[in-house]
Design a protein around this ligand. Structure first.
Ligand SMILES: [Zn+2]
Length: 311
């Protein structure tokens, strides 16, 4: 073999090895770090909830406002490039006399070209439910969870119902392209807590930074004592918990700027919880299959009823 050919081949072999390693690192690799940990003491949360008297929610409704679509490996690293659905959802806890919204999806304008589908009527029902809600909570500050709030046509009127934390409002880059008008948040009083906080009968917040600085899980215990845990985007699909695999690193590092170690700890804690407490319904951020199964099982009711407690 001539010297020049040998040199050229060597260059190609090295380049292929580097590219292969980079592909593996950024698209496939998703092993659990050894020291990943997250303390999720469900019995402490239950104790705190039990200590707050009052009527619990009687049902949970869900609106499927929009959908994204993403390659499988974006959701669970190593799952390949076939496309998967990511529904964008809003939930309503219905009390005898009031209601609480969890997550506000986004507007069509915010979703733009990223949207695979948008349901204008569901969006309008969500906007109406936000007007009626006593409290609006978000699992985290990303645009597909805070966007419906930020874009609400009567935002100044409903903002007092929104219970947002300092972390959720801290860095506006995390909610882009959702945004509040300059100065709008001046004087807004954030709700701050350390680890867990009960915010209404049957509803507790569980601080869980990682996917974003303001990420939290929301634990709900209904009047019939059934339990639901909204985990926001700690996992986009339930498969993240089952397999203990994170999103691909090119997503968590360059698009989300996520604390990957923290999210891994939370995935491990949720898997342990699912095994110890299989009756708790764990609701990932964007899992259409889990959504369908929970609607089928009667845990979630499809669609926000038009007016609360209509006689
Ligand atoms: Zn999301």
């Amino acid at each position: 073999m001539p010297k020049w050919l040998r040199a050229t081949l060597a260059v190609f072999v090295v380049a292929a090895a580097v590219l292969g390693a980079a592909y593996y690192w950024f698209v496939v690799e998703s092993s659990m770090p050894e020291d990943a940990a997250f303390a999720l003491d469900i019995n402490e949360v239950r104790r705190m909830v039990a200590a707050v008297p009052g009527d619990r929610p009687t049902r949970i409704e869900v609106e499927n406002v929009a959908s994204f679509s993403a390659p499988a490996t974006v959701i669970v690293a190593g799952d390949g490039w076939s496309m998967r659905d990511m529904p964008v959802l809003s939930y309503r806890l219905v009390y005898p006399e009031s209601s609480i919204i969890i997550d506000t999806a986004l507007s069509q304008l915010l979703g733009g070209d990223n949207l695979a589908a948008f349901d204008e009527e569901a969006y309008e029902r969500m906007n109406q439910a936000m007007r009626e809600a006593e409290m609006i909570l978000i699992t985290h500050e990303h645009m597909d969870h805070i966007g419906g709030l930020a874009e609400h046509p009567e935002l100044p009127g409903i903002m007092p119902s929104a219970k947002l934390t300092t972390e959720q409002l801290g860095d506006p880059r995390y909610r882009e392209p959702a945004a509040f008008e300059p100065g709008f948040l001046d004087g807004y009083e954030t709700f701050d807590y350390d680890k867990y906080a009960v915010v209404a009968p049957g509803v507790a917040l569980i601080k869980a930074p990682g996917h974003s600085p303001g990420s939290q899980m929301i634990y709900v215990q209904l009047a019939d004592l059934s339990e639901v845990l909204f985990i926001g985007d700690v996992a986009w699909h339930y498969r993240n918990i089952q397999t203990l695999r994170e999103r691909a690193r090119f997503v968590t590092q360059f698009f989300l700027r996520e604390d990957r170690q923290a999210v891994f700890g939370q995935l491990a804690a949720l898997k342990a919880l699912s095994e110890a407490e299989p009756d708790i319904a764990i609701v990932p951020g964007h899992d259409g299959e889990i959504l369908g199964a929970l609607v089928e099982a009667g845990v979630l009711k499809e669609g926000f009823s038009v007016t609360l407690n209509a006689e």
